[in-house]
Design a protein around this ligand. Sequence first.
Ligand SMILES: CC(C)(COP(=O)(O)OP(=O)(O)OC[C@H]1O[C@@H](n2cnc3c(N)ncnc32)[C@H](O)[C@@H]1OP(=O)(O)O)[C@@H](O)C(=O)NCCC(=O)NCCS
Length: 173
Amino acid sequence: MSGLISMTFRPLALADLVLLHEWLARPHVAQWWGPPPSGAEVEEEYGPLLDGTGPHRAYIALQAGMPIGFIQSYTPVACHGEGWWLEEHDAGVRGIDQFLAPADQLGRGLGTAMVLAFVSELLADPGVTRIQTDPSPQNRRAIRCYEKAGFRAVREIDTPDGCALLMYYDRQV
Ligand SMILES: CC(C)(COP(=O)(O)OP(=O)(O)OC[C@H]1O[C@@H](n2cnc3c(N)ncnc32)[C@H](O)[C@@H]1OP(=O)(O)O)[C@@H](O)C(=O)NCCC(=O)NCCS
């Protein structure tokens, strides 16, 4: 199923922040992404990502051209200053975070297709050595989705946001 779903990504734009604000307030997103932020908080957090040059890159995921979710990548070694990923020293590692926006589309393979397509785009860069993601250990749906996309659970870790299950997708040689 996932292999038949076509997903594309476009960089988050200023005009998307209103949509992102609305998506982050949806209960199925807030349950795992954190309390809904205000519009000003969305601008503060995601505004600096809009030029696409920093260690965090944010995208709108599109299915058949329609916005269906949000996905971001980050470089763990660039996040040490904020207390994240202190044990990761490989500058080639990328991390990903994501959610689907329509609550009625969960559990139908879309998330697996989105993650597979995004991982493929990240690995097109030969400098990328590994992809990581870090769901809550309680988020069984997300963990199952990432396993289906090829990630393996590594260990539970402490992060500034609490306990997380570190999962790796290793580059196949
Ligand atoms: C996480 C998310 C992107 C996954 O996308 P999705 O389209 O729902 O996932 P998929 O349908 O591809 O795969 C989900 C799998 O989990 C399974 N699943 C669902 N609920 C589950 C549960 N409570 N326990 C175990 N497995 C569960 C589904 O059956 C499916 O596995 P299967 O195909 O083997 O049957 C999406 O659910 C989402 O956006 N959730 C809300 C926000 C969120 O949790 N974001 C991730 C933060 S790390």
